[in-house]
Design a protein around this ligand. Sequence first.
Ligand SMILES: Cc1cc2nc3c(=O)[nH]c(=O)nc-3n(C[C@H](O)[C@H](O)[C@H](O)COP(=O)(O)OP(=O)(O)OC[C@H]3O[C@@H](n4cnc5c(N)ncnc54)[C@H](O)[C@@H]3O)c2cc1C
Length: 422
Amino acid sequence: MSHPDVLVVGGGIGGLGVAFSLTRQGQTVRLLESAPAFGEVGAGIQLAPNCTRILDDYGLLDEAKSLGVVPDAMVMRDAVDGSELTRLDLRHLEERYGCPYLVIHRSDLHGLLLRACERAGVELINDATVTSYENTDGGARVTLASGETYEAGLVIAADGLHSAARKLLVDDRPVSSAYVAYRGTVPAEQPRVRSVDLSEVVVYVGPRCHFVHYGLRGGEMLNQVAVFESPKALAGQDDWGTPDELDAAFAGTCDFVRDGLPFMWRDKWWRMFDRDPVMTWVHGRIALLGDSAHPPLQYIAQGAIMAIEDGWVLGEHVARNRAEDGTVDWTAALAAYEAVRPEHCRRVLTTSRKWGELWHLDGLAREQRNALLRARDTYDYSFTDWLYGPTALTPDQEPEMFTPIPLDSADVGEPVPARGTA
Ligand SMILES: Cc1cc2nc3c(=O)[nH]c(=O)nc-3n(C[C@H](O)[C@H](O)[C@H](O)COP(=O)(O)OP(=O)(O)OC[C@H]3O[C@@H](n4cnc5c(N)ncnc54)[C@H](O)[C@@H]3O)c2cc1C
């Protein structure tokens, strides 16, 4: 079997995205996936303009829109009293950033990328579990559990949170947040679905918990996500995140949130891990991409987006470092990739952690957060410009970060005790 230009390990959203991007740049790509079939578990996924811009460039946006929903607004509510705290007008946001905010079923997004890869001629191989990686003279080689080996000029490890390739670069472990996510969908015929505005993405933020819902598949179903901090995880117990903890965590929330809990899938839950950011993603001709490089907590809904951006950025640098005869200067392309993506993803990872802390506040801090959010102008984009604009190809294109507003600057109607004196 002849060697392809590129081997991609992992057929998740990140692996399929980069396989498509590099094929578009004239590279032959073979993708190795450990599962016996391609697919995604879970329900909805949110795709902000920094992702839909890339889908548009790929010629896939119309199909994505036809499969998903373009909501009118994103609304944040307090989970305890149900009141509205702030909102984004997503139609106006689309005008500002030039691309829509889209919500889509994960399997629809995955299927869209899979079909695009098939059309582009990516060689897709299942039942192929990579157990080791090594650099060679002209590229890199992987070995499968079966003992087979594959070689290429470049190997991209898009093998997720528990990446085997990451060990080549850093000796770290996933970091447990002690939070767990339940997912579920409610069919359109249920009275609950008729009682909500399917054109809104809504997040209810509460003490140590939050609840998200939005419409999927043209309003055929309501997607729900319930996330909470597990007392059993904090106590160091192994069986954490069980359904009894789900019910207890939301006991103090408003009726609408609690009424959504029976619709969650109760036999499957996602414990939420991220990793500390790392700034080195390339080891010779082996490069990390997607969750293997930067698994986030999902509070700003950018995990899959970062993976898709990684693939697009690498593709653009391949185009810039390709000679007339088609050969690619992989060292230069990988250096350009590594010069820009780790810093962007570091910002997303650290902001996701902070954003989650803000959502889950209790007591006075919750009141201060609510006051600041209520005071926010719907059309203030100072907290999204760093994220939703065009994906940077070089470090100088990376936008400025936002300036955080201190919680204790909030006016909650009574003097706020100084830290440490309360
Ligand atoms: C509750 C929740 C909500 C989320 N919401 C959003 C959202 O709204 N928007 C968003 O952008 N992101 C969201 N995310 C994050 C997003 O799901 C992930 O960041 C993204 O799917 C990562 O894609 P990936 O391809 O890098 O990794 P994965 O999806 O983990 O794919 C890795 C693939 O590699 C394969 N693999 C692993 N090891 C091997 C091996 N040794 N050999 C061969 N194959 C291997 C696996 O089988 C898998 O197919 C959410 C996450 C959670 C948990």
